[in-house]
Design a protein around this ligand. Structure first.
Ligand code: SF4
Length: 225
């Protein structure tokens, strides 16, 4: 049974250019200190089920472009693959927000995906510093390469807190993504709202971006909110 922490029935911000319903699934194996969904870390979290989601979708057929599976880390639950298939059969396009923790499950999801927002949290060899779990950079890099190879519409996103990533780290990430063939990258300035509050309340501004890195992308956005 799919466990869902909440559903946003209409969102214009979770899938750029689309009107989508967003389902926030329970479970995540990583522990980023800036997480805004710590309440969903446990696989047992979440009061809603797949039935609640599909009742809502049934009522919104023709009113929405798609469904975004978000979290937590939505691929933490094996049942998400079947839910994607069913939503697609109902005529919804499928979006996925993922941190890249489950390459094998992403492979299973690929046939159903129309768009992916992939977190790129750090230079690959410094990943565990942010995720506080083991061997995480390798998994995320495998997911990125898989998505690029499959040609799925993709946005990569990096959350930047100055205590976790230096401007040099941001430059390393940007150059690596551009070299791999990523076209869309967003840097999101840290926001304390909704976090566990364990990071110093500092943030970054567009002026902190290393010169020339955003220009390597077809679309680059520095997000403050
Ligand atoms: S990967 Fe995402 S959901 Fe998991 S801890 Fe990090 S920010 Fe939170």
């Amino acid at each position: 049974m799919l466990r869902i922490g909440g559903v946003a029935p209409f969102s214009t911000v979770d899938w750029p250019g689309k009107l989508a319903c967003v389902a926030f699934l329970a479970g995540c194996p990583w522990r980023c200190p800036y997480c805004q969904n710590a309440a969903l870390w446990s696989l047992e979290a979440g009061e809603l089920t797949e039935n609640d989601l599909f009742s809502l979708l049934e009522a919104r057929r023709g009113l929405l472009d798609g469904v975004v599976f978000s979290g937590g880390e939505p691929l933490a639950q094996v049942e998400v693959i079947d839910a994607m298939r069913k939503a697609r059969e109902m005529g919804f396009a499928i979006g996925l927000h993922t941190c890249g923790a489950f390459p094998e499950r992403l492979k299973e999801a690929l046939p159903y995906l129309d768009w992916v927002g992939l977190d790129v949290k750090a230079p690959w060899d410094a990943y565990d510093r942010v995720t506080r779990a083991a061997s995480t950079g390798e998994k995320a890099r495998t997911c990125l390469d898989m998505l690029l190879k499959a040609g799925v519409s993709l946005e990569t996103r990096t959350t930047w807190h100055p205590a976790l990533l230096s401007a040099g780290d941001i430059a390393t990430i940007g150059r690596d993504l551009a070299a791999r063939g990523v076209h869309n990258w967003a840097v999101q300035a840290y926001r304390s709202m909704g976090t566990t509050g364990e990071l110093p309340d500092e943030t970054v501004y567009p002026i902190d971006m290393p010169e020339g890195v955003g220009e390597l992308f077809e679309t680059f956005e520095f997000r403050r909110a």
